[in-house]
Design a protein around this ligand. Structure first.
Ligand SMILES: [Zn+2]
Length: 270
C-alpha cells in the first residue's frame, strides 16, 4: 500500500524551435514538469508528448547529450532540439551516427501525392505510390535509411526503423512544398523537369528511334523538344504544359526568396 502512494517521478522538459508545433499551448517554448513511470526512456517520454523521434536531433539532459535510450531520472532537466537546428553543437553528440549527405531523397505517404509530384517536378528522387501502406513505407525506410519519410502521420514517424523523417504540418500543398524545401535545404538542388512525374525515373533527351510511334505525326514536333523517361518510357515534349511548369518553378523559387508561397500550380485542380 505504501508503495502505491509514492509520488510519480518528475523531470523538467523544454522543447526548442519547431518541435513546439507538436505541443499544447501550455507546454510551448517554456520548461514544464513531466511525470513519468520509473524506467521510461527519454524517447518514450518525448513521443508520449506527441513529438515524433524523427523530428529530434539532439537531447541534452542536465547539460550533456543523451541517447534516445536514456532512462529518465527524478529531477532531470531535459532540452530537446529539432533536426537541423543551427547552433553550436561542436561539443555535443547528435543522435544519429549517419547524418544525411548529398541531395535529399524521399519516400512520401499516400496522403501527400501532390507534394510528391511537385518534388519530382523539382527534380528530387521521390518514391510514392497511392497503394503504399505504412508497412511499405517503413520497409522502404529500413532498406534505404538515407530516404526521408514525408508524412502527416506522427504514428508512422514513431516507428524505430524510420531514422529520417519529417512530419508535414500544412494542409496546403504549396505550403507543404515550401516546408520541405526549407527543412531539407533543397533550394540549391532544384533540377526542374529532370524526373518523370509518373514514375520518378530520370528524363533524358530521346533518340529518334525511341520516339518513333509515340507522338502523333500531325503534331510536327521538333526532335529537340522531346524527352523521354528512362524508366517507364513516357515521352515529354516542351509544349505549353512544359512552359507552364517551368514558369511555376521559376515563380515558386522567386516567391520563396521573397517569403511567399501561394502560387497556383500548373497541374490543375489546385
Ligand atoms: Zn517514367
Amino acid at each position: 500500500m505504501e508503495r502505491e502512494k509514492r509520488p510519480p517521478h518528475y523531470a523538467e522538459f523544454r522543447f526548442y524551435e519547431e518541435l513546439n508545433d507538436f505541443l499544447p499551448p501550455e507546454r510551448k517554448k517554456r520548461p514544464f514538469p513531466y511525470s513519468f513511470p520509473g524506467g521510461a526512456s527519454v524517447k518514450d517520454a518525448i513521443e508520449a508528448m506527441g513529438v515524433p523521434h524523427t523530428e529530434v536531433d539532439l537531447i541534452v539532459v542536465n547539460g550533456e547529450s543523451a541517447p534516445f535510450s536514456y532512462n529518465l531520472k527524478e529531477g532531470d532537466r531535459v532540452s530537446v532540439y529539432p533536426v537541423f537546428e543551427s547552433f553550436d553543437i561542436a561539443n555535443l553528440g547528435l543522435l544519429r551516427e549517419n547524418p544525411l549527405r548529398g541531395i535529399p531523397r524521399f519516400v512520401v505517404d499516400v496522403h501527400l501525392g501532390r507534394l510528391a509530384r511537385y518534388l519530382r517536378m523539382m527534380g528530387f528522387d521521390t518514391l510514392y505510390e497511392p497503394r503504399y501502406s505504412d508497412e511499405d513505407i517503413a520497409a522502404i525506410a529500413k532498406e534505404d535509411p538515407g530516404r526521408i519519410v514525408l508524412t502527416m502521420d506522427r504514428g508512422l514517424l514513431k516507428r524505430a526503423v524510420i531514422t529520417h523523417g519529417y512530419c508535414v504540418r500544412s494542409q496546403k500543398w504549396q505550403e507543404q512544398l515550401r516546408e520541405v524545401m526549407l527543412r531539407c535545404d533543397l533550394l540549391d538542388h532544384v533540377k526542374p523537369l529532370s524526373r518523370c512525374l509518373a514514375c520518378n525515373g530520370l528524363i533524358a533527351q530521346a533518340s529518334k528511334e525511341e520516339i518513333a510511334g509515340s507522338v502523333p505525326p500531325e503534331r510536327e514536333l521538333s526532335f529537340e523538344s522531346l524527352t523521354r523517361c528512362g524508366q517507364c518510357g513516357r515521352v515529354y515534349w516542351k509544349g505549353s504544359h512544359y512552359v507552364k511548369m517551368k514558369k511555376f518553378i521559376g515563380d515558386f523559387l522567386a516567391g520563396f526568396a521573397a517569403g511567399e508561397g501561394g502560387q497556383r500550380g500548373p497541374m490543375g485542380h489546385e
